[in-house]
Each structure stands twice: as C-alpha cells, then as structure tokens.
Design a protein around this ligand. Structure first.
Ligand code: SF4
Length: 271
C-alpha cells in the first residue's frame, strides 16, 4: 500500500518543551520524587511511559505530598490549584507559552471575557480560573449567539479549538463581537492545512492521536469535511487493513510521539 507520512507529524514545540522539562526534572530529582499534574500531555502512551519510570500522576493539589516536586502539564492548571501547589511544593511550570498568553489575557482584561473553547478542556478550565468573576464560555454557534450584544467582551480562543466549529462561528464572531487577539495555535492549524492541500493526492487519511487530544480529533474532522475515507488510531495495534484504501496519508496530533506514527506507517506499508 502506498503511504505518505506528514513532515509535520510528531510533537509540537509546546509539547516537546514540556517533555524536555520533565526529562530534566527526572535527571535532577529522580523519577520517584516527581509528580505530574493531570497528565503531562493528552496522550496515554506518553503518560504511561512516565508512569513506568516511576513518576507519580496527580489530578489535584491535595494529592501532592508537601515538599514534593510537581510538574505542571502543557495545558496549565487552575489558579487556585497553582497557588496551593506553590505553597507546599517545588513547582516546575511547563504550561505552553501560547496557553500562558491566553491565561495572561484573561487575568489582565479589564472587561468581561468571552472564552471560545470546549467545556471541560484543561486549557479552558485553566484560562477561566484566572479571570476574577469567571468568563462567559461559548462552545458553538448557538451559545455564541446567546451572548451577542450583551457586553463589551475581550475575546479569547482555546489554542486547539475545533477548526470545524471555528469556521461555523467565525461570521457571527466577526459581525457581532470584538476580534480575538490570537486564534487557534498554528502548530495545529498547519497540520489541518496540510491535509487540505494534499487531499487530491491520497484516498485515505490516517490520524494517529489520543481520543482526549482536541487537536488530533480536529485533524480527523478535517478529513471527514473533505469527504475522505478517514481513520483515527492511537497506535499501530488499532489499524484495520480492511478500511484502508489505496494511497494513504498519515499525520498525527501534536502530542503523538513521532516513533508511534512511524510504526503506523511501517505497518501500513507492509499491508
Ligand atoms: S498545540 Fe500549540 S498551544 Fe498546544 S502545546 Fe502545542 S504549541 Fe502549545
């Protein structure tokens, strides 16, 4: 089977920086003295590899023993949690600089904040917690429409918000709201553009990612929008040769290790 691997696949800069910082912390403090807050990135394969090394994983500040070293994931954590952690631990904050800009915009805004993002996403919860009094959250067209004309908002967009949903709300956003200072992260946007640009040269799109990763799911959606036969797998073991047709293009979310993607390509080429 003919298979082309995206030149963009593998970790984005933000994820790579987080993992490099975690590796440095392991070398300095030892894996068994470290805790990661909430899964370092949205990829179970990556998280498991660190758990196997002996790194602990916690979901809230309360679970971290006082005096520990805790590494904050790429998507940040809530303000109250960060404050509690800083009081009792050594904190290594690997929040992606782009997420940090959104957090800063929310914290510094003198007006009400309208946050466009997915309810419950780690980044969205982190940003919302830094705005005193909370934010107005819109995840889709109807929610955005219900907020139109109500306030003079500062508009902030989740870095990995779904391109499909973004396109659906953009005309309304442009006509009824102030412009956001920045949009969807380019690391994720470029991968979607590549899928669109190369669409005539393949029949099947294979996206390698974790179901929890918003940007991985967005790549898969892009294939569906284009009407391509699209497949989503977390690794090579989930491939089903029967659904792959002719020329295959393989790409990945920003938190998928390149080695996992290369293994997928190897298996497809052998079919
Ligand atoms: S996808 Fe973008 S925002 Fe998210 S970690 Fe990577 S560089 Fe940062």
């Amino acid at each position: 089977m003919e298979c082309t691997l995206s030149s963009l696949s593998g970790f984005c800069k933000g994820v790579k920086a987080s993992l490099d910082a975690l590796d440095e912390a392991i070398a300095r403090y030892g894996a068994s003295s470290l805790f990661v807050y909430g899964g370092i990135v949205h990829n179970d394969n990556v998280v498991s590899s660190y758990l196997e090394k002996g790194v602990g994983m916690v979901n809230c500040a309360e679970e971290v023993p006082a005096g520990s070293v805790v590494v904050i994931r790429a998507h940040g954590c809530k303000k109250s949690e960060m404050e509690e952690l800083r009081k009792k631990c050594t904190v290594i904050d690997t929040t992606c600089p782009l997420v940090m800009m959104n957090i800063k915009d929310a914290a510094d805004s003198s007006s009400d904040v309208l946050l466009i993002g997915e309810k419950g996403h780690d980044e969205v919860s982190s940003i919302a917690s830094y705005k005193e009094g909370g934010v107005a959250l819109a995840s889709n067209y109807d929610e955005l429409l219900s907020l139109a004309g109500k306030k003079d908002y500062t508009v902030i967009v989740q870095t990995t918000f779904s391109e499909k949903k973004w396109k659906a709300i953009q005309p309304l956003l442009n006509s009824r709201f102030p412009q956001p200072r920045r949009g969807i992260c380019q690391a994720s946007a470029k991968r979607r553009k590549e899928i669109r640009d190369l669409a005539p040269s393949y029949d099947t799109l294979v996206v390698v990612g974790d179901g929890k990763s918003a940007n991985s799911r967005a790549l898969y959606e892009e294939g569906l929008i284009l009407g391509k036969n699209s497949v989503f797998v977390s690794d090579a073991s989930e491939l089903d040769g029967k659904v792959l047709a002719d020329r295959v293009f393989v790409t990945s979310g920003t938190s998928t290790p390149r080695a996992v993607v290369e293994e997928v390509v190897k298996v497809i080429e052998g079919l």
